[in-house]
Design a protein around this ligand. Sequence first.
Ligand code: SF4
Length: 211
Amino acid sequence: MGNNRLRLNELTAQLIKRNIEGFFCPDKASALQKTLTLIPEKATVGISGSLTLIQLDLIKSLKERGTIVYDQYLEGLSRKESMALRNKGACADYYLTSANAISAKGELVFFSAWGNRVAGIANAGKVVVIAGINKISVDLQSAMKRAREYVTPLNCKRLGYASACAQDGICRNDICLFPEHKRMCCQLLIVEAEITPGRMKVVLVGEELGY
Ligand code: SF4
């Protein structure tokens, strides 16, 4: 068994203890197919901003088969329309997202600017998290460090945020406050476990995806 598969199988066993179902997919194509089978065609779906979802072509695939996706990233939407779709997404049948980091013991770390991702994970009927092997960190502390000091500066740069890290990629948490900076790390969610059986699933991919 390859190293990646072994690591992801071990993580799947940790997730089961947390009432979270994990699936191993060796690559993007199998992760896309697996995720499509987890979501019924007639379900409504909320999404978070995620390079992983884009790389999988997941949102396009869901729309093409007729699933209703509350897509706040459609071109030409006003801020009000975009926020309304985020709100609908947070109450959808399914919420789709990636994690910023996952500890080897199965704790899931999510950072959010607007909070819709936090709301969707907490509130949607079911949640599917898709994560590449690069998202796994040895423990919760290093997962938090990864999310804050590696992932968020890259996202700030990609999205043109006026945060304190956007220029040089170095987090300056203490001074990254309004009005001088537009902070991206506004809401932090750590999922330690899921109380409802079958509600949360994690598709673990044996390739690097997203940041
Ligand atoms: S706290 Fe501010 S500077 Fe630090 S990673 Fe978040 S957005 Fe960047």
